[in-house]
Write a new protein. Structure first.
Length: 309
């Protein structure tokens, strides 16, 4: 059961924006609108965008804001039904069989009924999301769907059609109330249109300079205004350089936090070189930034900030 008290769904788009902001998630109006509609219409929300732009965080914040359980299905290559939906506790079943044999139990049908009962059922995320009975419908996060294969995607489409799943030994489990479904993908492959049609769609882009600066002010309150402005301007410039992996807002926050911990008040080449591992995660990108291109980028940022300030 959620540790947060259950809250009513927002009644307007403005209330949705305020709800997210109250939990330190700054959302543009377009994102707030599609989230409001997903809650109102009880439709899954399909969020697509580069890694690190805050897709997963939306589900986490929504869980806290609404006081609902967060159930997360982390997708990966090879994910199957037993890992996603349910499986039987085989060691416990074998133990019961041995005990039954020792006690001389000969009623095979009764033994089978006991072996395939609720006490031996291991509920995985899909079944947990469909069978939740307290605290209202949970927030069901299906994270990085693009990492799975098309077979699992087709299975998921079936689940989202009726919000039910059949366990041969126990019968059909149907959700009393559809969960609040958030699906994320980093677009490493295309997800089939049939699944997207079940959802409301939103592309989560990198934030604007103004939005990213507001996020840094909110998430890293110890960051002084000059340093925050330079960090945001520098990261925004890096995203134009066609790096192997552009830094997301999560990396910007990590970098700002690291610089505050080091008592930095402004950016300089040495500081960037020492801390760039908090911002970039690939050696080729780091090598570019530690070279002349990184220094030129910093000089351009400083010049632009002097021009406007």
């Amino acid at each position: 059961m959620s540790q947060f008290p259950k809250q009513a769904l927002p009644a307007t788009i403005d209330e949705t924006i305020a709800m997210l902001e109250a939990h330190d998630y700054l959302a543009g109006r377009s994102l707030a609108t599609v989230l409001f509609l997903a809650l109102k219409l009880k439709r899954p929300l399909f969020l697509e965008g580069d890694a690190g732009v805050g897709k997963t965080e939306i589900a986490k914040v929504l869980s806290k804001a609404l006081g609902r359980d967060l159930i997360r299905l982390q997708c990966y290559e090879g994910l199957d039904v037993s890992s996603a939906v349910y499986e039987w506790n085989y060691p416990a079943q074998m133990l019961d069989i041995r005990i039954a044999e020792a006690e001389g139990v000969r009623d095979r049908s009764r033994l089978e009924t006991d072996l395939f009962s609720e006490k031996h059922l291991i509920r995985r995320p899909v079944l947990q999301a469909l069978s939740a009975s307290t605290g209202g419908a949970p927030v069901f996060l299906i994270d990085e769907l693009d990492r799975t294969d098309e077979a699992f995607e087709a299975f998921l489409l079936e689940i989202l059609s009726d919000y039910q799943v059949t366990i041969p030994e126990l019968g059909t489990v149907k959700a009393n109330e559809p969960p609040i479904v958030i699906i994320t993908t980093n677009r490493t492959r295309e997800v089939h249109d049939a699944l997207k049609r079940r959802c409301l769609y939103h592309w989560v882009d990198y934030p604007s300079s103004a939005m990213e600066l507001a996020i840094i002010r909110r998430k890293v309150p110890g960051c002084n205004e000059r340093l925050a402005s330079e960090i945001v301007a520098y990261v925004q410039k890096l995203r134009t350089l066609d790096l192997f992996k552009n830094p997301g807002i999560a990396e910007t926050i990590d970098w700002a936090t690291a610089l505050v911990e080091l008592d930095r008040v402004a950016l300089d080449p040495e500081t960037i070189s020492d801390t760039v591992g908090a911002l970039l995660k690939y050696q080729d990108d780091i090598a570019r930034i530690n070279g002349s291109e990184g220094r030129q980028t910093l000089d351009a940022v400083k010049a632009e900030l002097r021009a406007v300030g």
